[in-house]
Design a protein around this ligand. Structure first.
Ligand SMILES: CC(C)(COP(=O)(O)OP(=O)(O)OC[C@H]1O[C@@H](n2cnc3c(N)ncnc32)[C@H](O)[C@@H]1OP(=O)(O)O)[C@@H](O)C(=O)NCCC(=O)NCCS
Length: 270
């Protein structure tokens, strides 16, 4: 399989219109079944982000009727599916919403992809013991200052993979093995992160049920975003012309020797 181009669109919750006239009748029907205000807000943010992503990707007109015609409905397992004038767009989609941000990933050619946004925050040792493999725990034990970042990143990577295989958390997260990779030293990465926002991307690999997945991550000051694909994937390409995530300050991993650990982890095969 050839490497797939992965595109993404990041949107703030404050950009979502207050009224619902950009939702299709089927989307309105789905929204009416949701009682919890947070669930409604997240779901609307996901639809809005996905519609903007698709309109940008295909360069579709953005009149209200055009936006309404892009429907983001759900499969029985919760995965999003696109309906647009009964066309088969032959494009994979994945969604995430967290902390006032919506993220939509797209990839052409019917490939399987997943994306996820997580808040970078302390997670307990018991969380790690419950949801991470022994190998992942051993990797994390070598970190001190960036441990919260890495736990959040690896948790997000697992969720991206679980979206790629469309099982969600119905699968034991310890059945997914994530290894964080890097191809530059931590000091180079830090320098590049200051010079160019895009330099802050890093990559990971994951395995589940004998299949391997290729992924990318980017850490900002408060959030980590991850993307995974069922094979080699390009570094995610922003669908925004400029200013993507301008309110988020980039952060990089800071323990120099850890970069070498990451490099070594690329060799791993299971
Ligand atoms: C899928 C799951 C990993 C999402 O992670 P999360 O961190 O809680 O939430 P995120 O905001 O990152 O992602 C939510 C989005 O994931 C997508 N999603 C949900 N289930 C999915 C699946 N099985 N495969 C791929 N994507 C899925 C949806 O687009 C969802 O947003 P939406 O409901 O607004 O369309 C997790 O919620 C889960 O597994 N839930 C259990 C399965 C479930 O309840 N399915 C719903 C059946 S209706």
């Amino acid at each position: 399989m050839e490497s797939v181009n992965v595109y993404y669109f990041l949107e703030r919750e404050t950009e979502v219109p207050e009224n619902d006239d950009w939702l299709s009748p089927a989307e309105m029907a789905r929204l009416s079944t949701m009682r919890c205000p947070k669930r409604r807000a997240d779901w609307r943010l996901g639809r809005w982000t996905a519609k903007r992503a698709l309109a940008t990707y295909f360069d579709w007109p953005d009149g209200i009727g055009d936006v309404r015609a892009i429907e983001i409905l759900g499969l029985p397992n919760g995965a999003p599916r696109i309906v647009h004038h009964s066309e088969d767009l032959n494009i994979a989609i994945s969604l995430s919403h967290r902390a006032g941000w919506g993220l939509c990933a797209l990839a052409p050619g019917g490939r399987a992809i997943g994306c996820d946004l997580e808040v970078i925050e302390p997670r307990s040792r018991s969380f790690v013991e419950d949801y991470f493999t022994g190998q992942e725990q051993a990797f994390l034990d070598k970190w001190s200052s960036d441990r919260d970042v890495l736990v959040s990143l690896m948790w997000s990577a697992k969720e991206s993979v679980l979206k790629t295989i469309q099982t969600g958390l119905t699968v034991d997260t310890r059945d997914v093995l994530v290894t964080v990779c890097d191809t530059t030293s931590a000091s180079e990465r830090r320098q590049q992160a200051f010079e160019s926002r895009s330099a802050a991307w890093g990559s990971f690999q994951a395995w589940w049920a004998g299949k391997s997945f290729h992924g990318w991550y980017r850490c900002t000051d408060s959030l980590v975003s991850t993307f995974s694909a069922d094979n080699e994937a390009s570094r995610p390409i922003s669908l925004r012309i400029s200013g993507d995530g301008s309110g988020l300050r980039l952060r990089s991993l800071t323990k120099p020797e850890a970069a070498e650990e990451m490099l070594g982890s690329q060799e791993l095969q299971v």
